[in-house]
Design a binder for this molecule. Structure first.
Ligand code: NAD
Ligand code: NAI
Ligand code: ISE
Length: 337
């Protein structure tokens, strides 16, 4: 059986997920694509799914009877409305991160899904599908480095555009770490603080870049994440976990080492699409298989809520400079693991 999917948002990742569903994932077909820019939706359809319809809105796409599942890849601020609309129609929805840009909207999604009593939402946090993070978690869970005490991480982008804001360093970028560390450490955050090191001259004037975000977990683990989105040299994701017995470091993607002209070098990727390509492939295959089996596996609406609550507090901490407490609502029993 082929799962018929509609895509809302035909931008960078919407195009990439359309290609993935049509060319990489098995048992899926994109039957509709829309975007606020309909010409862009038609362009992506023509490239990868020429038979796909291009409805005039996300709501119209969700209502199409042939659309069995939805992929939301529009801007973060629009995610919640489409996820809630999909839930209204009782349809499965894969929503790219963040689930919503405000924790309050995530709460509405959590409550709506829990009231339906069926898990229909998967959030596009792909790092738990990355082989490097999986290896790191396996080693931690096996007790190889003893109890975890600290995590030192960095999330670097070569550069960001003029529409990118200081808050997006948290809601769009750090949010991957906010999710993956909950999963990797099986823990939750209790506080956050943000400090700004010397500002890079390579950032656009409205930006304060880099930033260091310091998190504390329930277990007392201290996490520092450097977010540096104009680092110039590449897309670089680092994570070192320090335990009582040793340190475990996220493996780098395999790259050919070149020795030439008295230099030894390896290429560093520049695009997130390439860095996590295998993880996105596994993630979307898992979504398609999960819909068919009636059991989704990836990040839940609750995970999306927790990441958004932590993100909201980090934004507050950017402004206050203080250590800000992170508190969550009680987890509905529906999401008990
Ligand atoms: P983009 O700006 O390239 O594309 C967004 C597209 O959505 C645009 O074509 C825009 O016209 C369309 N759009 C905006 N509002 C819409 C609406 N209300 N209805 C229909 N279409 C609408 O952005 P992008 O880089 O593709 O990012 C899109 C989303 O994917 C963001 O939420 C981002 O955080 C997420 N993302 C996730 C990853 C990841 O690693 N998981 C990577 C990149 C982007
Ligand atoms: P699991 O399937 O028991 O799930 C672990 C728990 O972690 C769940 O309760 C869930 O709520 C939570 N969780 C899942 N994703 C999360 C996220 N992004 N953030 C925070 N919490 C999250 O455990 P397992 O087997 O470790 O699977 C984890 C994910 O990886 C699953 O989605 C699974 O389908 C996927 N997977 C990927 C494979 C690969 O080759 N990359 C192989 C097997 C599973
Ligand atoms: C983008 O939306 C992503 O999700 C990338 O993984 C991240 O590195 C980038 O900073 C975000 O803007």
């Amino acid at each position: 059986m082929t799962l018929k999917i509609g895509v809302i948002g035909a931008g960078a990742i919407g195009e990439d997920h359309t290609r993935r569903c049509m060319q990489v994932v098995s048992g899926a077909e994109i039957v509709a694509i829309t975007d606020v820019n309909l010409a862009r939706a038609r362009e992506v359809a023509d490239k990868y799914a020429p038979d796909a319809k291009v409805p005039e809105s996300g709501e119209a796409l969700i209502a199409l009877p042939e659309v069995e599942a939805i992929i939301v890849t529009s801007w973060g601020g629009t995610h919640a409305q489409y996820v809630l609309e999909a839930l209204k129609h009782g349809k499965y929805v894969f929503c790219e991160k963040p689930l919503a840009t405000e924790a309050e909207d995530c709460r509405k999604i959590v409550e709506t899904e829990a009231a339906l009593g069926r898990r229909l939402v998967q959030v596009g946090f792909m790092r738990p599908y990355d082989s490097g993070y999986r290896a790191l978690k396996k080693l931690i869970d096996a007790g190889e480095i003893g109890e975890v005490l600290m995590v030192h991480a960095a999330h670097r982008n070569a550069r960001v555009g003029e529409n990118y804001t200081i808050q997006m360093s948290v809601t769009d970028t750090l949010v991957h770490e906010l999710d993956v560390f909950r999963w990797m450490l099986a823990d939750d955050y209790v506080s956050a603080q943000v400090v700004f090191p010397r500002r890079t001259s390579k950032a656009l004037p409205h930006m304060r870049d880099p930033q260091i975000i310091m998190l504390e977990t329930r277990k007392g683990i201290r996490i520092d994440v450097e977010v540096f989105v104009n680092c110039q040299y590449g897309y670089d994701i680092k994570c070192a976990v320090v335990g009582e017995l040793g340190e475990a470091i996220l493996p780098l993607p395999a790259a050919v080492e070149v020795r030439k002209s008295a230099k030894q070098s390896c290429e560093i990727m520049t695009d997130w699409k390439d860095r996590f390509i295998a993880a996105y492939d596994v993630e979307l295959q898992d979504f398609v298989d999960g819909v068919k089996a009636g059991k989704l596996n990836g990040a839940t609406s609750w995970d999306g809520y927790c990441a958004s609550v932590a993100a909201d507090v980090c934004v507050k901490a950017q402004e206050s400079g203080r250590i800000e407490p992170i508190t969550m609502m009680d987890r509905p029993a529906f999401y008990d693991r």
